[in-house]
Design a protein around this ligand. Sequence first.
Ligand code: PLP
Length: 426
Amino acid sequence: MELFNIYESLGLSRAVFDRGEAVLAGLADRFRAIDQTAEYNQAKVLSSMQKNRVGANHFAATTGYGYDDDGRERLERVYAGVFHTEAALVRPQITCGTHALTVALSANLLPGDELLSPVGAPYDTLQEVIGIRPSPCSLAEYGVRYRQADLKDDGSFDYEAIRAAITPKTKLITIQRSKGYATRPSFSVGQIGELIAFCKNIKPDVLVMVDNCYGEFVDTVEPSDVGADMTVGSLIKNPGGGLAPIGGYICGTQTCVDRCAYRLSAPGLGQEVGANLGILPAFYQGFFLAPTVVAGALKGAIFAAHLYEGLGFRCVPSAAEARCDIIQAVELGSEAAMRAFCAGIQCAAPVDSFAAPVPGDMPGYDSQVIMAAGTFVQGSSIELSADGPIRPPYAVYFQGGLTWQHAKLGILLSLQKMIDGGLTTL
Ligand SMILES: *Cc1c(COP(=O)(O)O)cnc(C)c1O
């Protein structure tokens, strides 16, 4: 059977299919480099699992307090081995990425301390955590002051502004690796390392936390390899490999992670409590699969950028740029185009393919958000998904795909819906 026949039955026209094949023909070298990164990272994960002697007995469920949970402790050592940190906190009790970041910040900032973001405004949900937008229980309410150094117009670090913003009270510096819902560049681990070195040179005892959401396994090194004291992320993004149904992680120094554990559970209890409730097989297996799942997602992002840039849409990162995370922003210019794009992603899904995404209010976000996600794990954005706030430049943030093949279909169907809606032409 010809490949096109099965795609046709899924709603794709010959013209869009052919355009996709033409774009793909030029991507062999990029895809090979992605596979090499995945190969390295696969070995890195395997090595840590073997060194830590993961055994079938570590998949057992615990309940209640979860004292002496060897499977949970072993998993945390596996994460620490991959991130090359002294310690790690990897828990289903961390409900999402925002929660992991909140734990890391509130555990290590005390009243009177200052928090600095040297990379402009943080991710939408963090703004309420910090108190940039007033919110009950924000860090601001607890007397933590926030400073920000914006990026320069070209997206680079404004070192003079950063130097001026570091004061004797600066306790913690937060660096967001991925662009989030902003159209600034995401940062490479190398760039983050330079920024950390600059800040620690000015104030050697300052703590650095990196929001690593969407960045895990994109490179062969992680922020923890270049000086971050805490590297933080969500398990329903990259490191969960699509299998983790919930959770977050904080990898870092023993001192920082101890404090995070005390904040997450209670002073005195720390890492000793927290039953795993039978979730560990998904955490281990998802982490094992994560390097190749991330590779598939990266291929999808690069394919999307080449396809849409060829049609005249601005893409961030651009088609030719190196990747620092799995997010691909495409500036579509109108709400109608965002709706069509998301409809295409949704109808490619294995779950809820019959649903029609519409913009709605979301807790933690100050504009309406449209989301396309027909996912096995609710809201999982390592699975094929697209979302974006309904505000200029009307950019959709496309990410994920548990397999490259699924990402490809979703992207082609997004274009099909745009064409069917008269929003672009080939
Ligand atoms: C997704 C994300 C978060 C928040 O994670 P949630 O799991 O949605 O709470 C924080 N920072 C960045 C950069 C993200 O992409």
